[in-house]
Every structure is written in C-alpha cells, then in structure tokens.
Design a binder for this molecule. Structure first.
Ligand SMILES: CC1=C(CCC(=O)O)c2cc3nc(cc4[nH]c(cc5[nH]c(cc1n2)c(C)c5CCC(=O)O)c(CCC(=O)O)c4C)C(CCC(=O)O)=C3C
Ligand SMILES: [Fe+2]
Length: 374
C-alpha cells in the first residue's frame, strides 16, 4: 500500500510574495534583510510588483499546487494534512508548522518550491526551518522536519519541461534550428554562491541546470524531429555591479543570438517551477522587449506549474523519502548523468560562500539531531 509513514504531515515550503500594493515594501524588506541589496535595486524591483497591481502570482500558484498535491495524495490513499508555508510572506512557515503541530503532527515531510540545490534553493530554506523549529520549541511545541531531495532531475519535472518546450515551438510555428534556438533560463546567483553549491555535491547550481537542459533539449528535439541548438542564460541579477553573478543575462543572450543570425527564439525557464514575478517580469516583459526591438518572434515555454507529471512526480518523491526513512531501499529515478541528490544534506552543503560557515543553524542535515529532540 502507499504509505507516508512515519510522516504524519506534508509541508509545501515556498518563497512567498505580496498580494496587494501595501505588501510590497514589507515583503521586500523580509526578502533582503541583511543581504546588502542596494535601495535603488529594491525600488526597481518594487516597480515590477506595482506594474502588476502590487500582487505577485506566486501565492495563487502555490494554492493551485497545494490543491493538486492534495488531490494526488488522496488518489493514492494518503490522507495526512498538507500545509503551505512561506519564507517571506503570509502564511509564514512558523505559523504553518505551529498549526500542523496543534493538529497532531510530529514528523513533517517538506518539499520546497525550488528544484535545484544552492544556498538560495536549499540551505536558506533549511535555515528557515531550523529557526521556525527553534521558535516552536520555545513554545513547547516539538516537531521534526525532513525535506525531499532536490528534484531538478526527477523524471516528472523533466517531462513537464519537455512538454513545455515542444508546446513553445508549436506556438512559434518554426522548427528548432540555428534560426530558432532555445535559451534555457534560470535565476542568476552570485558566483560565490555558485561555487559553494558544488562543494560536496555532484555538480554546482549551473552544472545541475546544464544536465537537465541537455536532456530536455534532446527529448524535445526527438518529438519535434529536429535537433535544438540551446544555451543557458540567467535572469533577475541583483546585488551591486561590483559583485560577480552568473552570466550571461538572458537579454544579452538573445541579442548575441540575433547577432549570430538567429531570427526567432524560444525561452524555457527551467530554473523556476511556476510563472511567478521573475518569469512574468524578467522574461515576459523585459526579455520580450529585447526580442521585440530586434524584431525577433519569441515564445516563452511554460513552467511546470501543476503539470500532472510534475505533481505526480513530487508525490513519488514524498513516498520515496518515506520509504527510505522506514529503512527500505526505494527506487530513486533520475534523468541525466548526475544521479539522485542526498536526502539528508551533509553539514557543509550549499553554504552561501564556499568554506564559510555562517554559524546559522540549518535543519534537514546530518548534524541537526539536537534541534529535533522531542
Ligand atoms: C536561486 C533563486 C531562486 C530560484 C529558486 C527558488 O525559487 O527559491 C529565487 C526565487 C525567487 N526570488 C524571488 C524574489 C526575490 N529574490 C530576490 C533576491 C535574490 N534571489 C536570489 C536567488 C534566487 N531567488 C538571490 C541570490 C537574491 C539576492 C539576495 C540574496 O542573496 O539572498 C529579491 C530581492 C530583490 C532583488 O534583488 O531582486 C526578490 C524580491 C521570488 C518571488 C517571486 C514572486 O514574488 O513572484 C522567487 C520565487
Ligand atoms: Fe530570488
């Protein structure tokens, strides 16, 4: 039988986003607390949100994913509560965990809305979990939280992205070729974070993307009947101009492809799982302006969203993790060459800066037993 034992609750853990104009500034303060992001960048990012009525689509997308996960779990006979909590906005992680605790949960299995391993997509969420568990322990509420492995190379996520690339070329109406190349896009991160993401892992953040991109491109090419020239670009750089971040920016990439003779382009945001602000602003608004100015028809591939293969793949990962925890040896399917990531992070995994232990406690790693003693 399908069984989430020993876990008695599931938590969808995400970034959070503002829901109305008054939320924008306090949300940005939460995101950037102690991060050294210049005020000018914050004002600029605030404008992105105001341009969409002060509301990020991310919360509604998480509500939809939550509903889809509940339905898929129920379909498989798993009836545990499934909650949703955020790092930066209501519903906050601590409140969601408190509610789960008070409803009787003691062992919670988390999945974060970030598919790749890096400080921003892995350790930072684990730091938030540790902080929340600390707060709850002070209240006399004890919980243990585990997290599923990063799922960028899980078959369901990849299948959703293959469908998305095929769909984008169909809308473009032009087959893939050097005239119509594919640009995979993900969130830029500081190069120090990029280096740190590879320490103790089979590949760094960008290496993980390259591995998935190669598979997505070749499977989409098979379905489209033409090979796909592709590259990886980045969006949403912040920080000061003096700090190096992963490059090229997607706008530069599109411009360079045009200069090299391309006259159409497809963007595939494989770094993101839903059409949140980074996608609708940085790609659908900013990158589209670049393509429009060049007179280059552009299609943007869908994100995984609530694609059935993605949702059912996430449930597979929850069940897989439960099986491992029971001492079974479940299959851990992946695509590409890197293989499955660790279920439990090694203690030095995904620092913000390689070799620099910030001293901030992080949950879901090998040395966190103390945090979870009930
Ligand atoms: C790798 C990565 C992901 C993908 C993985 C994942 O999904 O987690 C991601 C997702 C997201 N990032 C988001 C929003 C923001 N990220 C910021 C800032 C930063 N992101 C970073 C990295 C990432 N971010 C980094 C290294 C910074 C610099 C500050 C720091 O070093 O920590 C800032 C501050 C202003 C700015 O500088 O842009 C904002 C507002 C939203 C919400 C969108 C919405 O509201 O719809 C989402 C899903
Ligand atoms: Fe971000």
């Amino acid at each position: 039988m399908t069984d989430l034992n020993p876990y008695d609750a599931v938590l969808l853990l995400s970034f959070g986003g503002p829901e109305k104009p008054e939320d924008v500034v306090p949300f940005l303060r939460n995101v950037t607390a102690g991060r050294g992001i210049p005020d000018s960048r914050l004002e600029e990012v605030g404008e992105h949100y105001y341009a969409f009525g002060g509301r990020s689509p991310i919360n509604d997308q998480n509500r939809a994913l939550l509903a889809a996960l509940r339905a898929e779990l129920a379909e498989r006979g798993v009836t545990v509560p499934v909650a949703w909590g955020n790092r930066n906005w209501d519903p906050y992680l601590t409140d969601s965990l408190r509610e789960l605790h008070d409803a009787g949960a003691r062992r919670v299995l988390t999945l974060v809305t970030s598919a790749y391993a890096s400080y921003s997509g892995c350790r930072q969420y684990r730091e938030d979990i540790a902080a929340a568990l600390g707060t709850l322990a002070e209240e006399g509420r004890y919980l243990e939280v585990d997290k599923i492995r990063p799922y960028f190379n899980a078959p369901g996520f990849v299948e959703a992205n293959v469908d998305a690339v095929v769909g984008a070329y169909e809308r473009l109406g032009v087959p893939p070729s050097p005239d119509a190349p594919l640009v995979f896009v993900t969130h830029s991160i500081p190069t120090t974070m990029e280096v740190a993401s590879g320490v103790g892992n089979p590949a760094s953040y960008s290496g993980q993307h390259l591995d998935v991109a190669a598979v997505v491109a070749s499977r989409a090419a098979e379905r489209l009947g033409a090979s796909i020239p592709w590259e990886l670009a980045y969006c949403s750089r912040s920080g000061t101009p003096f700090t190096p971040w992963t490059e090229p920016d997607v706008g530069r990439s599109v411009t360079a492809l045009h200069a090299g003779g391309a006259r159409h382009v497809v963007l595939a945001p494989i770094g993101f799982i839903s059409d949140h602000m980074e996608v609708i602003y940085d790609l659908d608004t900013e990158a589209r302006e670049v393509a429009d100015e060049l007179g280059m028809p552009m299609e943007r591939a869908a994100t995984a969203g609530t694609h059935p293969a993605f949702v059912s793949g996430l449930v597979d990962l929850l069940l897989e993790r439960a099986g491992s925890d029971r001492g079974e040896v479940p299959e851990r399917p992946t695509v590409g060459v890197l293989g499955p990531w660790h279920d439990v992070c090694p203690s030095g995994c995904c620092y913000r800066q390689a070799g620099v232990d910030s001293g901030v406690p992080a949950a879901c790693e090998r040395s966190d037993a103390m945090l979870t003693v009930a």
